[in-house]
Design a protein around this ligand. Structure first.
Ligand code: MN
Length: 293
């Protein structure tokens, strides 16, 4: 079938990671955004940290990041290798491993910790994950916190003509619905394509859409090829995204309706105004976001 080029989304650019740093002592990340000043182009997504892949030797003291707060958005953790254990002040706790996703709604505020899971730490091994932050509209920033553990088995996997697999984490693809509950319209796909494979996606007109290549090489709508840890960002116009893999590739496809509200950031808080950020700091310091028991 011919590609309808009239609705293909133009590609804004291909981006490499900006800053690279260790989150706590367990998550060696390369940051794709906000590093590349893409706020408007990736809205409603706020941050993409690509962790590993990196080998960690066995230890009895799991690495990770201790108690810290969040307010105003959601943190989505996708594990490819290794395992993450999480605990928060809303009383939620869980472990996610390869293929699993944790969708945590910080909203009005939580305090949590994120560590390598104890058994994984004890054995040692390769850790490989993504943490994506999804913004909340002003009207939901002070909603109650939430927590969704989305297991591998709950994520529909759609076969792409035997040349790849698309797993629907959020949104839908060819009538298959992803399990994640979201506040705004978001499509989030874990995509694997063999060399020569291609995926044809249709996203809502006006979405901000981007494709992060974890491993392999791929292009979007005829763009230049992106390699390992590179991000292809589309413009808002159009609705079709054709992804072509030039090598066996693993990608994260992110598409969402822009929230188009002011973004004010301060570390783990993302609000609309400076005053709201100051309030967040005060509320955290006053213990209003709770503590880990
Ligand atoms: Mn966190």
């Amino acid at each position: 079938m011919a590609t309808d080029t009239t609705t293909a989304k133009p590609v804004l650019g291909v981006y490499q990671h900006g800053s690279a740093y260790m989150v706590g002592d367990g998550f060696p990340v390369r940051n794709l955004f906000p590093s590349n000043d893409l706020d408007r182009a990736v809205d409603p997504f706020l941050m993409l940290d690509y962790a590993g892949p990196q080998y960690f030797p066995p230890t009895d003291h799991p690495r990770g990041v201790g108690e810290h707060p969040h307010r105003g958005f959601e943190t989505v953790t996708i594990v490819y290798e290794g395992a993450v254990a999480h605990r928060d002040s809303a009383g939620n706790a869980g472990v996610i491993g390869p293929g699993d996703v944790q969708w945590m709604t910080a909203a009005s505020g939580i305090v949590h910790e994120e560590f390598h899971e104890a058994e994984f730490a004890k054995k040692g091994g390769t850790f490989h994950a993504i943490q994506l932050w999804v913004n909340l509209p002003r009207s939901s920033k002070m909603s109650a916190p939430g927590y969704q553990t989305i297991l591998n088995a709950d994520i529909p996997a759609v076969d792409l003509d035997g040349r790849g697999t698309l797993r629907v984490i959020a949104g839908s693809f060819l009538g298959r619905k992803g399990p994640a509950r979201t506040f705004t319209t978001v499509q989030l796909y874990d995509l694997q394509l063999n060399a020569g494979g291609r995926a044809v996606l249709t996203v809502p007109e006006g979405d901000n859409s981007s494709v992060f290549v974890l491993q392999g090489r791929a292009s979007v709508n005829g763009s230049r090829e992106a390699g390992e840890a590179e991000l292809i960002v589309c413009e808002r116009t159009g609705s079709q995204i054709v992804i072509e893999a030039k090598a066996d590739s693993r990608m994260l496809v992110m598409s969402g309706k822009p929230i188009d509200e002011p973004i004010a950031r301060y570390g783990p808080f993302v609000m609309n105004t400076k005053a709201e950020l100051m309030q967040a700091v005060q509320d955290y310091q006053a213990g209003k976001m709770g503590h880990l028991s």
